[in-house]
Ligand binder design. Structure first.
Ligand SMILES: CC(C)(COP(=O)(O)OP(=O)(O)OC[C@H]1O[C@@H](n2cnc3c(N)ncnc32)[C@H](O)[C@@H]1OP(=O)(O)O)[C@@H](O)C(=O)NCCC(=O)NCCS
Length: 187
């Protein structure tokens, strides 16, 4: 199995993976636009504050799993007090694990763990120091996986505190939609 950036034309394979996963994931995930984007542009797609990176775990032609990394766009947008340059820096330092998904038939073989390890290496090399993920509170397997990978998952009512540019940025542990915030320090 190889972990690599998704390539143009792999949208269909990613779409069928996400379809298999979406059908079995409490809380729901969005991924169809992502598959279309990958098909046209490959794994690196421009977004506000930078670009996404979609990594796939491929066994020959077969896509066993994928993850998508993005700058923390909403966090940067909500941090207007930092000014445009500060918001840009924040989004460079803090990434979001937008989605991670492994084919049901390939689970518990370390595919997601290896995707995350590669993601950490790629992000750290570009100066990113923090990774955030939102996981639905009913998605027990994903919460267990994240905890096992070292993500901090503060209890609902708590806060994740990011220190950036001499300031503290607080993120609620539970969002309105029932998603738990997970936080991993990369370096
Ligand atoms: C969460 C998910 C990505 C994990 O993928 P995976 O490749 O099976 O995970 P790994 O093999 O890397 O798991 C590593 C460890 O995480 C924990 N873990 C993974 N799945 C688990 C489960 N269903 N229940 C409890 N612990 C689990 C275990 O500690 C596991 O180690 P072990 O198998 O030696 O016990 C996969 O279940 C999935 O695609 N779920 C649907 C999509 C989703 O919810 N994504 C997360 C939100 S974006």
């Amino acid at each position: 199995m190889k972990i690599r950036l998704a390539q143009r034309g792999e949208g269909k394979a990613v779409a069928s993976l996400l379809e298999a996963v979406l059908g079995s994931t409490p809380g729901g995930l969005s991924g169809c636009d992502l598959a279309t984007g990958i098909d046209r542009l490959g794994g690196r797609i421009s977004v506000p504050y930078g670009h996404t990176r979609a990594l796939v775990a491929a066994d020959g032609e077969e896509i066993l799993g994928m993850c998508n990394l993005a700058p923390a766009i909403r966090l940067a947008d909500e941090s207007a007090e930092l000014g445009p340059a500060g918001q840009q820096r924040l989004a460079r330092r803090v990434a979001e694990l937008d989605i991670i998904a492994v084919s049901p038939s390939a689970r518990r073989r370390g595919v997601a763990r290896q995707l995350l390890r590669t993601a950490q290496t790629v992000l750290a090399a570009s100066g990113c120091t923090q990774l955030l993920a939102q996981i639905h509170q009913d998605n027990a397997p994903a919460l267990a996986w994240a905890a096992q990978q070292g993500f901090a998952l503060p209890e609902p009512g708590g806060l994740i505190v990011l220190r950036f540019g001499g300031r503290e940025i607080g993120i609620d542990a539970l969002t309105g939609g029932g998603y738990r915030q997970a936080h991993l320090t990369l370096i």
